[in-house]
Design a protein around this ligand. Structure first.
Ligand SMILES: Cc1cc2nc3c(=O)[nH]c(=O)nc-3n(C[C@H](O)[C@H](O)[C@H](O)COP(=O)(O)OP(=O)(O)OC[C@H]3O[C@@H](n4cnc5c(N)ncnc54)[C@H](O)[C@@H]3O)c2cc1C
Length: 232
Protein backbone atom coordinates (compact mmCIF):
# COMPACT_ATOMS: atom_id res chain seq x y z
CA UNK A 1 0.00 0.00 0.00
CA UNK A 2 1.30 3.47 -0.88
CA UNK A 3 0.34 6.61 0.99
CA UNK A 4 -1.17 9.35 -1.16
CA UNK A 5 -2.13 12.92 -0.30
CA UNK A 6 -5.35 14.49 -1.57
CA UNK A 7 -4.48 17.51 -3.73
CA UNK A 8 -8.08 18.39 -4.64
CA UNK A 9 -11.63 17.30 -3.89
CA UNK A 10 -14.11 18.92 -6.25
CA UNK A 11 -17.87 18.47 -6.58
CA UNK A 12 -18.17 17.70 -10.30
CA UNK A 13 -21.97 17.46 -10.29
CA UNK A 14 -24.36 17.16 -7.34
CA UNK A 15 -23.46 14.06 -5.31
CA UNK A 16 -20.33 13.16 -7.26
CA UNK A 17 -16.90 14.27 -6.08
CA UNK A 18 -13.64 14.05 -7.99
CA UNK A 19 -10.56 13.39 -5.87
CA UNK A 20 -7.01 13.87 -7.07
CA UNK A 21 -4.15 12.33 -5.10
CA UNK A 22 -0.38 12.64 -5.31
CA UNK A 23 1.95 9.84 -4.19
CA UNK A 24 4.04 10.20 -1.03
CA UNK A 25 6.02 7.06 -1.95
CA UNK A 26 6.41 4.83 -4.97
CA UNK A 27 3.37 5.42 -7.23
CA UNK A 28 1.16 2.41 -7.94
CA UNK A 29 1.25 1.03 -11.46
CA UNK A 30 -1.94 0.23 -13.35
CA UNK A 31 -3.50 -0.22 -16.77
CA UNK A 32 -6.25 2.11 -18.03
CA UNK A 33 -9.56 0.83 -16.63
CA UNK A 34 -8.20 -0.94 -13.54
CA UNK A 35 -9.33 -0.15 -10.01
CA UNK A 36 -7.50 0.54 -6.75
CA UNK A 37 -8.46 0.03 -3.12
CA UNK A 38 -8.70 3.34 -1.29
CA UNK A 39 -7.99 3.02 2.44
CA UNK A 40 -9.10 5.43 5.12
CA UNK A 41 -6.24 5.41 7.64
CA UNK A 42 -6.20 5.92 11.40
CA UNK A 43 -3.47 7.94 13.21
CA UNK A 44 -1.15 4.91 13.23
CA UNK A 45 -1.58 4.34 9.48
CA UNK A 46 -3.86 1.31 9.96
CA UNK A 47 -6.84 0.73 7.68
CA UNK A 48 -10.20 1.85 9.08
CA UNK A 49 -12.19 0.98 5.96
CA UNK A 50 -11.31 0.24 2.34
CA UNK A 51 -13.30 0.03 -0.89
CA UNK A 52 -12.46 -0.50 -4.56
CA UNK A 53 -12.64 2.52 -6.90
CA UNK A 54 -11.89 2.73 -10.61
CA UNK A 55 -8.96 4.93 -11.48
CA UNK A 56 -10.15 7.73 -13.78
CA UNK A 57 -6.73 9.17 -14.64
CA UNK A 58 -4.52 7.75 -17.38
CA UNK A 59 -1.39 5.84 -16.32
CA UNK A 60 0.95 8.65 -17.43
CA UNK A 61 -0.63 11.35 -15.21
CA UNK A 62 1.28 12.70 -12.21
CA UNK A 63 -1.79 12.22 -10.00
CA UNK A 64 -4.44 9.56 -9.45
CA UNK A 65 -8.03 10.61 -10.02
CA UNK A 66 -11.20 9.02 -8.67
CA UNK A 67 -14.82 9.92 -9.44
CA UNK A 68 -16.93 8.94 -6.46
CA UNK A 69 -20.65 9.03 -5.79
CA UNK A 70 -21.25 10.08 -2.19
CA UNK A 71 -23.92 7.67 -0.96
CA UNK A 72 -23.46 8.16 2.80
CA UNK A 73 -22.15 4.63 3.37
CA UNK A 74 -19.24 3.38 5.50
CA UNK A 75 -16.59 4.65 3.10
CA UNK A 76 -18.28 7.55 1.35
CA UNK A 77 -19.40 9.29 4.57
CA UNK A 78 -15.71 9.35 5.58
CA UNK A 79 -14.56 10.46 2.13
CA UNK A 80 -17.03 13.34 2.32
CA UNK A 81 -15.09 14.76 5.27
CA UNK A 82 -11.65 14.48 3.66
CA UNK A 83 -10.23 17.71 2.32
CA UNK A 84 -7.10 18.73 0.47
CA UNK A 85 -4.01 17.60 2.41
CA UNK A 86 -5.56 14.46 3.93
CA UNK A 87 -3.53 11.25 3.55
CA UNK A 88 -5.01 7.95 2.35
CA UNK A 89 -3.69 4.51 1.47
CA UNK A 90 -3.88 3.26 -2.12
CA UNK A 91 -3.41 -0.31 -3.32
CA UNK A 92 -3.59 -1.39 -6.97
CA UNK A 93 -4.09 -1.57 -9.88
CA UNK A 94 -6.37 -4.55 -9.94
CA UNK A 95 -8.86 -6.23 -12.23
CA UNK A 96 -9.28 -7.51 -15.76
CA UNK A 97 -11.33 -4.52 -16.90
CA UNK A 98 -8.50 -2.85 -18.78
CA UNK A 99 -7.81 -1.45 -22.21
CA UNK A 100 -4.84 -2.71 -24.23
CA UNK A 101 -4.69 -0.33 -27.21
CA UNK A 102 -7.28 -2.19 -29.34
CA UNK A 103 -7.80 -0.08 -32.49
CA UNK A 104 -11.62 -0.35 -32.64
CA UNK A 105 -12.99 0.21 -29.19
CA UNK A 106 -16.45 1.00 -27.86
CA UNK A 107 -17.04 2.26 -24.33
CA UNK A 108 -20.41 2.33 -22.62
CA UNK A 109 -20.95 3.89 -19.21
CA UNK A 110 -23.63 5.20 -16.89
CA UNK A 111 -23.20 7.49 -13.86
CA UNK A 112 -19.85 6.96 -12.12
CA UNK A 113 -19.28 4.08 -14.57
CA UNK A 114 -17.64 6.80 -16.65
CA UNK A 115 -14.57 6.66 -14.32
CA UNK A 116 -12.62 3.72 -15.83
CA UNK A 117 -13.71 4.75 -19.33
CA UNK A 118 -12.18 8.21 -18.74
CA UNK A 119 -8.85 6.54 -17.96
CA UNK A 120 -9.09 4.66 -21.27
CA UNK A 121 -10.12 7.71 -23.33
CA UNK A 122 -7.48 9.93 -21.73
CA UNK A 123 -4.90 7.24 -22.50
CA UNK A 124 -6.08 7.08 -26.15
CA UNK A 125 -5.85 10.89 -26.45
CA UNK A 126 -2.48 11.13 -24.63
CA UNK A 127 -0.94 8.39 -26.79
CA UNK A 128 -2.56 9.80 -29.97
CA UNK A 129 -3.76 6.28 -30.82
CA UNK A 130 -5.15 5.67 -34.29
CA UNK A 131 -8.40 3.81 -34.83
CA UNK A 132 -12.11 4.27 -34.20
CA UNK A 133 -13.28 4.94 -30.66
CA UNK A 134 -16.81 5.60 -29.46
CA UNK A 135 -18.14 6.43 -26.00
CA UNK A 136 -21.83 6.00 -25.14
CA UNK A 137 -22.46 7.78 -21.87
CA UNK A 138 -25.80 7.73 -20.19
CA UNK A 139 -26.59 10.50 -17.67
CA UNK A 140 -29.89 11.44 -16.07
CA UNK A 141 -29.89 15.16 -16.87
CA UNK A 142 -27.63 17.79 -18.46
CA UNK A 143 -26.52 18.82 -14.97
CA UNK A 144 -25.41 15.31 -14.07
CA UNK A 145 -22.93 14.84 -16.92
CA UNK A 146 -19.53 14.40 -15.30
CA UNK A 147 -16.53 15.45 -17.43
CA UNK A 148 -18.76 17.22 -19.99
CA UNK A 149 -16.17 19.80 -21.06
CA UNK A 150 -13.29 17.37 -21.06
CA UNK A 151 -15.21 14.91 -23.24
CA UNK A 152 -15.69 17.67 -25.83
CA UNK A 153 -12.01 18.49 -25.57
CA UNK A 154 -11.01 14.81 -26.02
CA UNK A 155 -12.93 14.69 -29.31
CA UNK A 156 -11.07 17.79 -30.49
CA UNK A 157 -7.70 16.39 -29.40
CA UNK A 158 -8.28 13.07 -31.15
CA UNK A 159 -10.86 13.15 -33.96
CA UNK A 160 -10.95 9.33 -33.91
CA UNK A 161 -12.88 9.66 -30.61
CA UNK A 162 -16.65 10.10 -30.89
CA UNK A 163 -18.70 10.88 -27.79
CA UNK A 164 -22.44 10.13 -27.67
CA UNK A 165 -24.23 11.30 -24.54
CA UNK A 166 -27.83 10.38 -23.84
CA UNK A 167 -30.01 11.97 -21.17
CA UNK A 168 -32.49 9.57 -19.59
CA UNK A 169 -34.49 11.91 -17.33
CA UNK A 170 -34.06 15.43 -18.68
CA UNK A 171 -37.35 17.34 -18.57
CA UNK A 172 -35.99 20.50 -20.13
CA UNK A 173 -33.59 19.55 -22.94
CA UNK A 174 -33.61 23.15 -24.36
CA UNK A 175 -30.76 23.44 -26.85
CA UNK A 176 -29.41 19.94 -26.06
CA UNK A 177 -28.08 18.47 -29.31
CA UNK A 178 -27.24 15.00 -28.00
CA UNK A 179 -29.43 11.95 -27.58
CA UNK A 180 -32.36 11.59 -25.16
CA UNK A 181 -33.81 8.41 -23.64
CA UNK A 182 -32.46 5.03 -22.66
CA UNK A 183 -29.51 3.70 -24.53
CA UNK A 184 -30.70 0.85 -26.73
CA UNK A 185 -29.56 -1.15 -29.74
CA UNK A 186 -31.26 1.27 -32.18
CA UNK A 187 -29.48 4.31 -30.72
CA UNK A 188 -26.15 2.50 -30.71
CA UNK A 189 -26.56 1.29 -34.32
CA UNK A 190 -27.10 4.91 -35.42
CA UNK A 191 -23.59 5.79 -34.27
CA UNK A 192 -21.66 2.53 -34.84
CA UNK A 193 -22.39 0.68 -38.07
CA UNK A 194 -20.04 -2.25 -37.40
CA UNK A 195 -20.33 -3.06 -33.69
CA UNK A 196 -19.24 -6.62 -34.47
CA UNK A 197 -15.76 -5.36 -35.36
CA UNK A 198 -15.31 -3.54 -32.04
CA UNK A 199 -14.01 -4.55 -28.63
CA UNK A 200 -16.36 -3.28 -25.91
CA UNK A 201 -16.00 -2.06 -22.33
CA UNK A 202 -19.20 -1.55 -20.34
CA UNK A 203 -19.34 -0.06 -16.86
CA UNK A 204 -22.16 1.08 -14.60
CA UNK A 205 -24.92 -0.35 -12.44
CA UNK A 206 -25.27 -4.13 -12.76
CA UNK A 207 -28.71 -3.90 -14.38
CA UNK A 208 -27.50 -1.42 -16.98
CA UNK A 209 -24.44 -3.53 -17.75
CA UNK A 210 -26.63 -6.59 -18.45
CA UNK A 211 -29.00 -4.50 -20.64
CA UNK A 212 -26.10 -3.19 -22.71
CA UNK A 213 -24.65 -6.66 -23.10
CA UNK A 214 -27.96 -7.72 -24.68
CA UNK A 215 -27.95 -4.66 -27.00
CA UNK A 216 -24.41 -5.41 -28.12
CA UNK A 217 -25.28 -9.04 -28.75
CA UNK A 218 -28.20 -7.91 -30.93
CA UNK A 219 -25.76 -5.76 -32.88
CA UNK A 220 -23.57 -8.78 -33.51
CA UNK A 221 -20.76 -7.98 -31.05
CA UNK A 222 -18.61 -10.93 -30.08
CA UNK A 223 -19.34 -11.98 -26.44
CA UNK A 224 -15.65 -12.65 -25.91
CA UNK A 225 -14.88 -9.07 -26.86
CA UNK A 226 -17.30 -7.53 -24.34
CA UNK A 227 -15.72 -6.69 -20.95
CA UNK A 228 -18.07 -5.60 -18.23
CA UNK A 229 -17.76 -4.17 -14.73
CA UNK A 230 -20.78 -3.39 -12.60
CA UNK A 231 -21.45 -2.03 -9.15
CA UNK A 232 -24.17 -0.21 -7.22
C1 LIG B 1 -14.41 -2.75 -9.16
C2 LIG B 1 -15.21 -1.65 -8.50
C3 LIG B 1 -14.99 -0.34 -8.89
C4 LIG B 1 -15.73 0.69 -8.31
N1 LIG B 1 -15.52 1.98 -8.72
C5 LIG B 1 -16.29 2.98 -8.22
C6 LIG B 1 -16.12 4.33 -8.69
O1 LIG B 1 -15.29 4.62 -9.57
N2 LIG B 1 -16.92 5.28 -8.14
C7 LIG B 1 -17.85 4.99 -7.18
O2 LIG B 1 -18.54 5.91 -6.72
N3 LIG B 1 -18.03 3.72 -6.72
C8 LIG B 1 -17.25 2.73 -7.20
N4 LIG B 1 -17.41 1.44 -6.71
C9 LIG B 1 -18.33 1.22 -5.56
C10 LIG B 1 -17.53 1.42 -4.25
O3 LIG B 1 -16.57 0.40 -4.09
C11 LIG B 1 -18.43 1.40 -3.00
O4 LIG B 1 -19.23 0.24 -3.01
C12 LIG B 1 -19.35 2.62 -2.88
O5 LIG B 1 -18.57 3.83 -2.83
C13 LIG B 1 -20.20 2.56 -1.59
O6 LIG B 1 -19.35 2.37 -0.51
P1 LIG B 1 -19.79 2.81 0.97
O7 LIG B 1 -18.86 2.14 1.92
O8 LIG B 1 -19.92 4.28 1.06
O9 LIG B 1 -21.25 2.20 1.08
P2 LIG B 1 -21.68 0.90 1.95
O10 LIG B 1 -21.59 1.21 3.40
O11 LIG B 1 -20.92 -0.28 1.44
O12 LIG B 1 -23.18 0.84 1.49
C14 LIG B 1 -24.13 1.80 1.95
C15 LIG B 1 -25.39 1.78 1.16
O13 LIG B 1 -25.21 2.51 -0.07
C16 LIG B 1 -25.67 1.75 -1.15
N5 LIG B 1 -24.87 2.08 -2.31
C17 LIG B 1 -23.62 1.63 -2.58
N6 LIG B 1 -23.19 2.14 -3.74
C18 LIG B 1 -24.18 2.93 -4.21
C19 LIG B 1 -24.34 3.73 -5.37
N7 LIG B 1 -23.37 3.81 -6.29
N8 LIG B 1 -25.49 4.42 -5.53
C20 LIG B 1 -26.48 4.34 -4.62
N9 LIG B 1 -26.39 3.59 -3.50
C21 LIG B 1 -25.27 2.90 -3.30
C22 LIG B 1 -25.51 0.31 -0.73
O14 LIG B 1 -26.40 -0.53 -1.45
C23 LIG B 1 -25.87 0.40 0.74
O15 LIG B 1 -27.24 0.33 0.92
C24 LIG B 1 -16.70 0.39 -7.30
C25 LIG B 1 -16.91 -0.94 -6.93
C26 LIG B 1 -16.20 -1.95 -7.53
C27 LIG B 1 -16.46 -3.37 -7.12
Amino acid sequence: MTRYRITSATDAVPGIRIFRLEPLGRPISFKPGQFAFLHILDEKGGTVVKRPYSIASAPGALYLEFCIKLVGGEMTKRLEDLAKGAVMGVEGGFGHFSYGDQPKAGFVGGGTGIAPLMAMLRHIADRKLDGAFVLFYSARTKDSIVYREELEELQRRNPAIKVVITLTREENPGDWKGECGRLDAGMMAKHVRDARNFDWWVCGQLEMVEGIRECLTKLGADQKRIRAEGWG
